[in-house]
Write a protein that binds this ligand. Structure first.
Ligand code: ADP
Ligand code: MG
Length: 686
């Protein structure tokens, strides 16, 4: 790749097969990108091992002469080369090979071969070793060989050559200069950037392979810090920019909030009071609140939202609450209407499925400012809906909205205070890292009086027992959910299964009323079934995962999840959280089909052993890694390639450094972001 090519954006068309296209897939466009493309691991080719000392399963390098090379059919066509040194012989086996490989493997050729020997049918062998011809006295490399992440059709040797050349070109340029001020670097005891990067690409053999590969080496620490710093800088800068915007001050009068608190049949938990205080203080500020309210299922986020809405109303503004599904939005609506009616407040309900006339009337009310509290689905942010004076926008489970909807919300609520709520608890370092553009309030305490939920793992063969358990629970006045399997490939199939399960349960539980709810029902049908379940007119609710978030029916004490092995941890936790909301002893039965795969087994074990959402989230993070964990929220954010979020101290240091640099050192900020986000930002948007 020459200079001209390197500054030109690579085509990223799916079929693009030029070198630039392949590099583009890896996000490599410039010399600076290449230099930041760090090895996954290393191979030690600085030493030669005698064949006699070869150990099965331990990668090593041998210097050999080819004795014999043939194409064999046993039973598949393959290339076999017999090689030897002074101490013994080895077999090299290639199941795929090119004619030119065969040419190199001519009897008499001298080779260096690298790979993992194992005991084979014909003696010691290596399958698909790396090898290259050498002359008699060829010197050994004095550096470990880096193995880079790559893409189909781009070989290690090409990548290595490109990176080495990039290094040669940038020796004196800014691409290797330190972005950190010297004082900061020294304070944190970090290596120089150029030293760290050089070392990681070309480590000398005296450096412990283990320290390199587990990324415990100080050079990795420098890189991880840089990356975390870039993430913090970009998110904290976005945070600061939004803070520059104006928003109405909503100090409230405490009149309505006090009245609501007095009327509630319960007291706020300590966590709720704390979150409420933080939110109340934000609302009084002249710039928009950017806060995330995080709390496990059942931790009581809704009442905190209601209090915030009332403070906006007290200050003469409107407040809107938006939820990702009709069922959830409707439930918020009911709850708020019930709480606010005694205060003489009207709640407007707005969703796409309303009859046209009703909907227009609702929109009219919102636009005229006649009504202060609005609850709905994304219908709230559709075109044509104009708020007279929106002061506060609350979004429940924001991650479940599409990108377009989130954008629309952003525009609509640009000058309003924003509160998002999430029931996905995430570990602290992850929050500190990925949510650095938000203030976070955490409800880390459940309301009192909840009885712990018993979780049972039951193989599918024992379904009859489960049905009789449902029967008993309902006969004693309780209710049950029966969640149908998630079928990711086909919504139609999922629907069919739900329908069949419903029919079967109707037949098997003749003296109970069974209801069915799924995503394809018309919203008034859905609402009717949910209302019947809330009123205990339906005892068993068969449901697809539409009930995943937020449904609150305290009398339900039994949750059955079919094919639990297909669900993710967060989902299982959410579903289980639908029960255990009243005083009755509750249970969650996870029906699973055998045989269980390894991950499914691990997941079920976690959910069986843990009830704390944060603990489950930590395990989930461990099983899935952070990228998948935080999902699509991060479009346009640097994915962390090298930093490990287990390192709390480093994340904290990066945050502190970011805030300091944003305060006083705009040049450093620019320089650092350019290096770490530079052309990657575009890749991430794709
Ligand atoms: P989530 O955080 O999952 O949205 P909800 O707001 O739906 O939780 O609250 C769950 C249930 O707990 C509701 O029935 C709610 O009325 C009740 N609740 C909330 N706060 C308290 C509290 N401090 N004491 C007792 N019950 C509470
Ligand atoms: Mg909720």
């Amino acid at each position: 790749m020459n200079k001209a090519q390197s500054s030109k954006p690579a085509t990223r068309s799916a079929g693009g097969n030029t070198l630039a296209a392949k590099l583009g897939r890896l996000g490599l466009k410039t010399d600076a990108d290449l230099i930041l493309h760090l090895p996954l691991r290393y191979e030690d080719e600085t030493r030669i091992t005698s064949i006699r000392d070869a150990q099965p399963g331990v990668a090593a390098q041998f210097e050999v002469a080819v004795i014999d090379c043939e194409i064999a059919y046993r039973p598949r066509r393959q290339l076999l080369a017999k090689v030897s040194d002074d101490s013994g012989t080895l077999l090299l086996r290639f199941l795929n090979f090119y004619p030119n490989q065969q040419t190199v493997l001519q009897p008499g050729s001298r080779l260096r071969v690298f790979g993992e020997p194992r005991g084979g049918f014909l003696g010691e062998e290596i399958i698909h070793p790396r090898f290259h011809p050498v002359t008699a006295e060829e010197v050994l490399p004095d550096r470990l060989t880096p193995i880079y992440p790559t893409t189909a059709g781009l070989g290690q040797s090409t990548l290595r050559r490109l990176i080495t050349r990039a290094f040669d070109r940038v020796q004196t340029s800014a691409a290797l200069a330190d972005t950190l001020p010297e004082s900061l670097r020294e304070k944190l005891g970090l290596q120089k950037f150029a030293d760290a990067i050089q070392l990681l690409h070309h480590p000398t053999p005296d450096i412990s392979l283990d320290q390199l590969e587990t990324r415990g080496h100080p050079a990795w620490r420098r890189v991880a810090f840089d990356e975390l710093l870039a993430q913090q800088l970009s998110l904290r800068r976005a945070y600061a920019a939004r803070r520059q915007k104006g928003a109405p001050q909503l100090p409230g009068s405490a009149q309505l909030t006090t009245a609501l608190l007095r009327e509630l049949p319960f007291q706020l938990t300590g966590a709720q009071s704390r979150a409420w205080r933080e939110i109340a203080a934000d609302l009084a500020e002249p710039h928009p609140m950017q806060r995330l309210l995080q709390g496990d299922v059942g931790s009581g986020k809704t009442i905190v939202a209601a209090l915030a809405m009332l403070q906006a109303v007290e200050s003469g503004y409107q407040a809107a609450l938006m939820a990702p599904t009709e069922i959830l939005a409707e439930q918020h609506y009911r709850k708020l209407a019930q709480w606010l009616a005694p205060l003489g407040l009207d709640v407007v309900w707005l969703t796409g499925s309303l009859k046209k006339k009703v909907k227009l009337a609702a929109i009219e009310k919102v636009g005229a400012g006649e009504t202060a509290i609005i609850v709905g689905t994304h219908a709230l942010i559709e075109e044509g809906v104009e708020f007279a004076r929106l002061g506060l926008a609350i979004v429940d489970e924001q991650h479940r909205f599409g990108v377009r909807q989130r954008l629309a919300l952003k525009q609509k609520g640009e000058f309003a205070h924003q509160l998002t709520m999430s029931a996905t608890p995430i570990p602290r370092t992850l929050a500190m890292s990925y949510y650095a553009d938000l203030d976070v309030s955490v409800l880390d305490e459940l309301p009192p009086g909840r009885t712990p939920i018993t979780t049972k793992l039951v193989a599918e063969g024992r379904r009859d027992e489960v049905i009789s358990r449902v029967h008993d629970a309902c006969k004693s006045g309780r209710q049950a959910y029966w969640v149908c399997p998630l079928i990711e490939e086909s919504e139609a199939l999922q629907l069919k299964t739900a329908q069949e399960t419903y029919e079967r349960l109707v037949a098997e539980l003749p003296n109970l009323k069974v209801g069915l709810v799924h995503g394809r029902l018309k919203s008034d049908e859905k609402a009717a079934v949910m209302a019947a379940f809330v009123n205990n007119e339906v005892q068993v609710l068969v449901a697809t995962t539409v009930i995943e978030v937020g449904v609150d029916v305290p009398n339900a004490s039994l949750m059955v999840i079919e094919h639990a092995e297909r669900f993710g941890l967060a989902q299982l936790h959410q579903l289980r959280g639908r029960v255990g909301r009243g005083a009755a002893q509750s249970a969650c039965i996870l029906l699973y089909a055998q045989p269980l795969g390894q991950t499914a087994r691990a997941r079920l074990k976690v959910i069986y052993e843990n009830t704390d959402g944060f603990e489950i989230a930590r395990e989930d993070l461990r099983l899935r890694g952070p990228g998948e964990f935080v999902g699509s929220r991060q479009s346009g954010l640097p994915l962390l390639r090298y930093a490990d979020l287990d390192d709390v101290l480093l994340v904290e240091q990066a945050r502190a450094a970011a805030d300091e640099l944003l305060q006083g050192d705009p040049v450093v900020v620019e320089r650092h972001l350019k290096r770490w986000l530079g052309s990657r930002e575009e890749l991430l948007k794709a």
